[in-house]
Every structure is written in structure tokens, then in C-alpha cells.
Write a protein that binds this ligand. Sequence first.
Ligand code: NAP
Length: 70
Amino acid sequence: MSKIITVFGATGNQGRSVIQHIISDVKLSKEFRIRGVTRDTSKPTSKALEGQGVTLVKACPSIKKSKAGK
Ligand SMILES: NC(=O)c1ccc[n+]([C@@H]2O[C@H](COP(=O)([O-])OP(=O)(O)OC[C@H]3O[C@@H](n4cnc5c(N)ncnc54)[C@H](OP(=O)(O)O)[C@@H]3O)[C@@H](O)[C@H]2O)c1
């Protein structure tokens, strides 16, 4: 079973860069399933990531009670 890697800020420049690196690496893409955290799972950037096989979860890292994946 593959491990899950959670990327906060998945839709941003840094997050997308990390995700693209994992997806395009033969070894890492087999090792990890990617979970991306965003405040808006419906926006085009989120949908594009979903199209690449990323699981998007809605949460806001700046709100204490917001829990990704719950
Ligand atoms: N770009 C660089 O070269 C670089 C280099 C070194 C360090 N950094 C640091 O890395 C971090 C991310 O940079 P980035 O360039 O990827 O930024 P970015 O493109 O603006 O993306 C940041 C992501 O964080 C989320 N976000 C924005 N405001 C938020 C808020 N108030 N509360 C919760 N989530 C919020 C947004 O995702 P959603 O809207 O989908 O929730 C957004 O996609 C920053 O702290 C930056 O200083 C960037």
C-alpha cells in the first residue's frame, strides 16, 4: 500500500511544484498518494490537481478547528 503525503498550500506555487515533482518522479509517484489541502476544492487549480490524481481536501490551515480529511 502506498503512503500518503499531505501538501498544504497545494494550489500555490510551492505546493504545486512539490506535487509536480512527486508525480513526475517514477519512484516517488509509486511510493506516495498525494493529498492536497486547499480552502476551495472547486476552483480550477484544485480541479486540475484532481485531474492528475491528487485527492483534494478542504481545510483552512489558519483555522484551528479545520481538519483536513475529517
Ligand atoms: N514562491 C517561492 O519562491 C517561495 C520561496 C520560499 C518560500 N516561500 C514561502 O512558501 C509559502 C507559499 O508560497 P507560494 O509562492 O506557494 O504562495 P502562493 O502561490 O500564494 O500559495 C499559497 C497557498 O496558500 C493558501 N493560502 C493563501 N492565503 C491563505 C490564508 N490566509 N489562509 C490559509 N491558506 C492560505 C492558498 O491556497 P488555497 O487558496 O487553495 O487555500 C495558496 O494557494 C509562503 O509562505 C512563501 O513565503 C515561497
